[in-house]
Each structure stands twice: as C-alpha cells, then as structure tokens.
Ligand binder design. Sequence first.
Ligand code: ATP
Length: 426
Amino acid sequence: MWIGIDDTDSPAGMCTTYIGAVLVRRLQRCGVRVVDARLVRLNPNVIHKTRGNAAVCIEAEGDTETVFALTCACVEALAEFDDPRTNPGVAVSSVRPSPDFYYAALRDFCTVDEAVGVLESAGARYRGYKNRRGLIGATAAVASDFPDRTYELLAYRKREMWGTPRQVDRSSLFCAEETTYPHTWDTVDRENDVVVGVPHTPDPVLFGIRGESPAWVRKARSSVRSEEPACEQVYTTNQGTDAHLVAGSVGTLREGRSYLVRGTVAGTPATGPGGHVSFLLEDGGREVRGMAYEPTKGFRDVVRRLVPGDEVVAAGSYKGGSLNLEKIGVSRLADAVRIRPPICPACAKRMTSAGTEKGYKCRACGERSREPEIERAERALRPGWYEVPPTARRHLARPLVRGVPPWEQAMLQSGRECGCSPHKQP
Ligand code: ATP
C-alpha cells in the first residue's frame, strides 16, 4: 500500500518528513513491512507551502485499516494543528493511482476536490483535517512516480533540543562533502563558504545529506560530528531531478509553472537595486525577463556576461512576468563588437562623428572616413551550462554534477523546443 501525508508543519515547528520518520518506526514496531520512504517535492510556487512544499509517501505491506489508524494517530499527535495554515491530509491506498495527479501537483496547481476524486477512484482510505488542503499533497505523494531519483539522509533532533541552536561541526560537513562529492552534493557550498545542509528554522531536522544512493549519503553522514540525533531516515526523493520543468516557449508561459525556455538575449543584462540582475530573452518577436536574484551570487556574473544575440536556454519558474533562473545553457555566443570612430590615417588621432550618417572627421587635420573601427572583444563566456550555487538551489533543481538530461541537452543543441521531456507531461 501507499501512505501519503502532507501539510503538518508551520513556520514555528514540525516537519512532514519527521512525522514520516516517526511513522516508519511505529509501522515497523507493529509488524508492517516498510518497503520505501519517499520525500516528494511538489510545485515550488504554491503559496500555501510552509517551506519547500514537501509531502511524504511510505510504501508498506500490511493491513490497510491498521496502517490508516496508525497514520492518523501519528499525524494527530504531532501535526501543528493550532496554526491556521496547517491543514493536514492523510491517504492510504492499496491501489497506486495514475501518476497524472502527481505530475499535476508537481508542475501545476490542483484542488482538494480533484485530490478527493483521485482517492475515491482508487478506493483509498483518506482523512483531511481542517480545510483538508493537505489531501492535495498526500494524494500526489501516493501517486508519485520517480523515473529519476536521488536520496536524502535526514537526521532529526531530540525533542528537548527543538528550537535551540543546532550543534553540528562545520568542518565535518565540509569533510563529508569533500570525501563523497560528486556522489553527494549540496551539504555545503564551497565556493561561497556556506553550510547548506543544516536548516535555521525551528523544526526537528538536524541536518540533511543529498546524494546518488543510500550508500553514498550514509558514507557522507559518517563524517558528520554533531549533537546526538533522535533518529535518521534515508528518503528516496525527486529532489535534484528537474522533474518540475517542462519545455516552454516565450509568450506562452503560465504563472507559477517552471520551464526550460529557448531564446535570444535581446538586451544587455542590467544590475538593479538589491543586486538582482535581469535581461530580456526574445523568441519569435516575444520577450520575457530573465532574473538572477542577489542570493544566486556568482551566477549573476555569468548572466552579466551575456550580450545581445547570444542564444540560450533558461530554466526557472515563471512568476510575476519573470523567469527566475535556476540554470542557463548557452548554445551560441554572438560576436561582441565595439564600434568606435576610426584612427585618422594621416595624423593618428581618433576621429569623431561628423554627424548622423555623415561618417567620421578628424578634428586635427580634417581627414574624413566613412568606416568605423570595429573591435571584436574576447567573450568571457563559453557555450555550455551554468547553474546557481548550492546555497541558492531549489530542491527540485538538478545540479549539473548529476549531468544534464537528454531532453534538456536536445533543447540546447537543436535551437528549438523539442518537447521530449522524459517525464510524463500533465
Ligand atoms: P511540510 O514540511 O509540512 O510539508 P511544506 O513547505 O511542504 O511543509 P505544506 O505545509 O505542506 O508546505 O503546505 C503546502 C500545501 O500546499 C499543502 O496543503 C499541499 O497539499 C498543498 N499543495 C501542494 N502542491 C500543490 C499544488 N500543486 N496545488 C495546490 N496545492 C498544493
């Protein structure tokens, strides 16, 4: 059976993955065999999310009624019911619903009624608390399908430590990354000298290690020195897979969805207030603004090096008329040219403009020329992919260290939208 849980936490505490870890142990104590525990990230642009829009799915074998009762009891004991924005959902299904609902919740927006329709058709047991919104994530979790997957080991704090500063040895986290990269990633951001895998929120998570297999995340974990955790859980996840992206085209992007879009840089990138960098991306006469926000740090320098005429593919969420960049692929660099008045052949002084469409004139000797000096500048950018640093990476964004999926590479190379996402399109 598949057990889905969502919407149990608030900014003041708790975490759905912690409830998942507790439930795994309670199920095992009751003789239920746990086959897999999945951390399912959903549309990162959903406004109701507390933090990273995560839901949990536990795959198990046992008696459905017992499991449903245990799951509800666990959520009722641990969820942050007092927060008006916490609306838990629980679903247990012995039939796995079609992944369509998962893809819709991952890439689009869904309603509680749609979730209930899916659960009813599957003959699932379910319970929605308060306004029942958590049923959306719980249903998406039960229906989830990971053609590509990564793993995260999450260590949780003892209850008496919740809300206090976390004791995790910084150098041991850098050591964990150094000894296991590229098989694990994003424990720390070495370029910016920042720890990424230890949260600052008052939830039960002590630290998280992301990687390509349970063995690699455990190996990295063995280097970490910290306060004693209450428990640890390795989750199978859709994090770091780009599962949220679909092939899109400028002019047809929809608010709150995430895309890979092809286009030509149409204006020189500009740095605005707050250090955010923006540029116009054009395709077929239509334009969209690409944004690299200040937290993306050195990635902004890549964007600043773009010049009009560069052909790129850009990945990110479309929000408020902008594509908020997660990564960018440069497929063709335009010639960067500087056009200046020429040097006078007679007296070696630089000429000045003689007026609109009148060419150039030497102020010293009166010599005239029609041709400007065209200087081709060396480009400080190479074709290829560039990404935001770990400290600014979204959970679903696929780090380049994992490679670029064929459909994204095809979009970079083909010069047109190929629409061949490996994942089912909603
Ligand atoms: P938690 O750690 O508790 O899971 P979170 O950051 O994941 O925190 P939630 O508290 O779960 O956020 O809030 C997200 C809410 O949005 C949930 O009620 C979930 O059912 C709902 N939701 C998730 N995806 C979608 C979607 N695509 N469309 C509409 N609602 C969604």
